[in-house]
Design a protein around this ligand. Structure first.
Ligand code: ADP
Ligand code: ASP
Ligand code: MG
Length: 415
């Protein structure tokens, strides 16, 4: 089956006009088997997170719910869809928020935040059928099986493959467009889980892998993968072709255009990935694929804000050895803190991490054994395929606190 998998992110379905545009793109490609993965509308996931925070702090969370209901209701009205379409989902959501307490934050997070995608896909599926695009909506929680490491689950691949092939293939064979949620899955016990923020790209790649898709396309508000975020660098340009290797490196260093976990399943089955614009669907975008050919890349810049440089020193001037590093890594892993840059000296180990509410707790544990120094509000600049001009541009007027260089990549922690 020459299946194509599409992924539409929040920006592509932010309002009624955007949803119409998405439906046009789907309709245009519906002559071949198609599975479509959709994220929550616009900034819905952030709104759900804010509502949960309010509930936990014992503040008034209802206004957040009312805002969400109104936003979704406006879209229903503008698309001429039944006004009660989302009623039962909103009732269920309200019940789930009411029982949230201070404990088991990650569990409650997933039970609540997963509603964003349930709401958006209900709208998009109903709208496609109203336009006579023969669409079936499948609940991703019956397809994607995960463990219970809430908010950052691991995929149970065997179960997922079985569920996806058993449920999706018959629908595709029946010439249905299959629509499902990105970002969410469920545990064996039937609790909702999420794959990590921006995880819908990863969902699409899991479906592509399980169904041996021929092609996966991520539709974005940019013309493809660029050599920098165009919101940060006005001279950013589209890179027409990327190897899987280059793509996984870029996303690992923080290029926000694709979720970092997306590439592996695609590479493992040699499924080509296109990143294209939903605004200008005539532009070709970026092709990401397996290639041995030498591709010449421009300098690729990734700029991250809100970085913290942590320096961890032994208290008695003993060398930082493997046992100390083991302890440090163990604590950081337990608190799910990933290191963006690491460096070690005789008696100290330094790492640069994203500012994170869990960092303080992790450092409290390490403080029992080590002397800890932190430096906040820093920037991390990473340049792949660096040249002197790009280095000079990015570091100009800044103090360099850490510099690390390999053959293709240079990183600076900057103040
Ligand atoms: P989605 O709607 O799929 O969630 P996102 O908003 O997460 O889309 O991602 C698209 C945004 O990614 C673009 O608007 C752009 O600002 C940003 N971005 C960051 N790095 C890059 C890059 N290297 N190339 C293109 N876009 C990038
Ligand atoms: N809606 C989720 C988020 O905003 C997942 C996604 O959009 O990929 O993080
Ligand atoms: Mg996104």
């Amino acid at each position: 089956m020459n299946l194509e998998v599409f992924k539409f992110g929040g920006a592509s379905v932010k309002d009624a006009a955007s949803i119409k545009n998405v439906a046009n793109i789907i309709q245009h490609h519906a002559s071949r088997p198609l599975l479509v993965v959709v994220s929550a509308l616009g900034k819905t996931t952030n709104a759900l997170e804010n509502m949960l925070q309010a509930k936990i702090k014992n503040e008034d969370w209802k206004p957040f719910l009312i805002d969400l209901q109104q936003h979704h209701a406006t879209i229903l009205q503008q698309l001429n869809l039944p006004t009660n379409l989302l009623e039962s989902l909103f009732i269920e959501l309200e019940k789930k928020i009411e029982v949230v307490g201070k404990l088991q934050y990650d569990f409650h997070y997933d039970q609540i935040v997963s509603f964003g995608e349930m709401l958006s896909t209900s709208i998009v599926a109903t709208y496609l059928n109203q336009r006579n695009n023969n669409t079936v909506l499948l609940d991703a929680r019956t397809l994607i099986a995960t463990d219970n490491n809430y908010r950052d689950v691991n995929i149970l691949w065997k179960e997922t493959e079985k569920q996806v092939t058993e449920n999706v293939l018959p629908q595709l064979q029946n010439n249905k467009i299959v629509l499902t949620q990105g970002f969410i899955g469920s545990t064996k016990d039937g609790f909702s889980t999420t794959l990590g923020r921006e995880g819908s790209d990863y969902s699409a790649s899991i479906f592509s892998y399980c169904l041996d898709a021929e092609l996966m396309t991520i539709w974005k508000d940019v013309n493809g993968v660029m050599n920098a975020d165009p919101k940060q660098f006005s001279d950013a340009e589209v890179i027409p072709q990327l190897s899987y290797y280059e793509a996984i490196e870029m996303t690992f260093y923080g290029a926000k255009v694709i979720h970092p976990k997306t590439i592996k399943p695609l590479q493992n089955k040699h499924i080509q990935l296109m990143v294209r614009s939903f605004i200008d669907s005539k532009t070709e975008g970026t092709k990401i694929f397996e290639t041995n050919l030498h591709i010449s890349y421009p300098p690729v810049k990734v700029w991250k804000e809100n970085q913290v440089l942590v320096s961890i020193q032994t208290r008695d001037f003993s060398f930082i050895g493997e046992k100390h590093l083991q302890k440090i890594f163990e604590v950081l892993a337990t608190f799910r803190i990933s290191m963006n840059v690491m460096q070690n000296g005789a008696i100290s180990f330094s790492c640069c991490v994203d500012s994170n509410p869990r960092l303080e707790a992790a450092l409290d544990v390490l403080h029992q054994e080590f002397k800890i120094l932190t430096n906040e509000n820093l920037h991390l600049a990473t340049i792949r395929h660096y040249d002197e001009k790009t280095i000079a541009d990015l570091t100009k007027g800044k103090e360099i606190l850490v510099e690390q260089k390999s053959r293709h990549t240079i990183q600076f922690v900057l103040k």
